[in-house]
Design a protein around this ligand. Structure first.
Ligand SMILES: Cc1cc2nc3c(=O)[nH]c(=O)nc-3n(C[C@H](O)[C@H](O)[C@H](O)COP(=O)(O)OP(=O)(O)OC[C@H]3O[C@@H](n4cnc5c(N)ncnc54)[C@H](O)[C@@H]3O)c2cc1C
Length: 297
């Protein structure tokens, strides 16, 4: 591992409608107050969210937080990526999360990059060591992979192409993460692999989301959640307890940080952050005022 201090970060997605913009703005404010190492902004494959992602990135920067754009390979041309890289460099961005992406239905054509590895390789060719590159990892195996072994080989290829570190898909089983990190080390991947953490909000939504991504929700969590019925307060309290315990275990195991998928609900991340006693240095209040204007596309 090349990283020493644990890294704590969060992720937001771009907003289009006015109500979503207000929610994104609030989320950035709440996350910024936590002073994370960075806030990353998702990017839809095929470039569908390009302008909204760029606006969200400006909002994060205006809040005084290092902003990290995601970049999705599918549907992108070399020219389009070259232009994005120049734009990001010009905006002072020094880190990217590089993904293959999932093509939205109806969109045709893979573009110039079939896999995340191809995009990592291209970014290194074009910009040398300018960007720190994160890639995605799947402790429970990527759902489209032929086997966990081939998935691991493909994961390693992203580092051979020039990736620096990884952020995982979310999971609820700390042993799956420990096993994955061990298998990576045996395969020669010693870079930091930061667990992605999904706060538990609406349980039915989480079930849907997890099924689509091949993520296992342990039976004991399902049973407890189902037993709460419509009791939203108990669901929230239990969800918080489960995630805080998972994070504590991961940090005790030596995880090099945590990356929170906020789903644009900053409060939920803040509750976990505070329960874990994560660092929260004082900050200047005036940066928050700048951020509202920056979010406009
Ligand atoms: C932290 C995180 C952030 C994310 N952010 C976004 C986002 O902003 N936008 C978005 O659209 N999606 C995002 N995703 C979702 C991600 O794009 C999907 O999970 C996607 O299905 C895979 O992306 P990847 O970068 O892992 O792909 P890859 O690493 O390219 O792998 C995809 C699949 O292809 C296989 N594979 C890789 N290389 C080869 C090869 N040479 N030959 C054959 N098979 C191969 C792998 O084993 C795997 O099954 C994110 C995921 C994570 C974990």
């Amino acid at each position: 591992m090349t990283q020493t201090a644990p890294q704590f970060s969060a992720e937001v997605f771009p907003a289009h409608a006015a109500a979503d913009l207000a929610r994104l703005g609030r989320t950035i404010d709440v996350l910024a107050a936590l002073q994370p190492d960075f806030v990353s902004v998702t990017y839809g494959a095929g470039g569908a969210t390009r302008d909204a992602s760029r606006a969200a990135l400006r909002g994060v920067q205006a809040a005084g937080v290092p902003a990290v754009p995601h970049l999705s390979a599918l549907g992108a041309s070399r020219e389009a990526v070259r232009a994005l890289l120049a734009d990001y460099r010009g905006a002072g961005v020094s880190r990217l999360v590089v993904l293959r992406g999932d093509m939205p239905s109806g969109l045709q054509g893979l573009g110039d990059f079939a896999y995340a590895t191809d995009l990592v390789h291209f970014i290194r060719q074009e910009t040398g060591d300018h960007f720190h590159l994160d890639v995605a990892a799947y402790p429970e195996c990527h759902p489209q992979a032929r086997s966990c072994d081939t998935d691991l080989a493909h994961f390693k290829a992203k580092f051979d192409a020039g990736a620096d570190s990884a952020i995982t898909q979310y999971f609820f089983n700390a042993d799956a993460y420990a096993d994955f990190v061990e298998r990576c080390a045996k395969a020669g991947v010693h870079a930091p692999i930061v667990p992605g953490i999904m706060p538990i909000g609406r349980f039915s939504r989480l079930v849907q989301f997890s099924e689509a991504r091949g993520i296992e929700i342990p039976r004991w969590i399902r049973s407890r959640m189902e037993a709460f019925g419509d009791d939203a307060a108990s669901i929230q309290a239990f969800g918080l307890e489960v995630i805080v315990r998972l994070c504590e275990r991961l940090l005790a195991m030596g995880a090099p940080g945590l990356h929170f998928f906020s789903l644009n609900d900053g409060e939920r991340v803040a509750k976990i952050w505070h329960a874990l006693g994560l660092p929260q240095p004082p900050r200047a209040p005036d940066v928050l005022r700048l951020q509202g204007d920056a979010l406009q596309t």
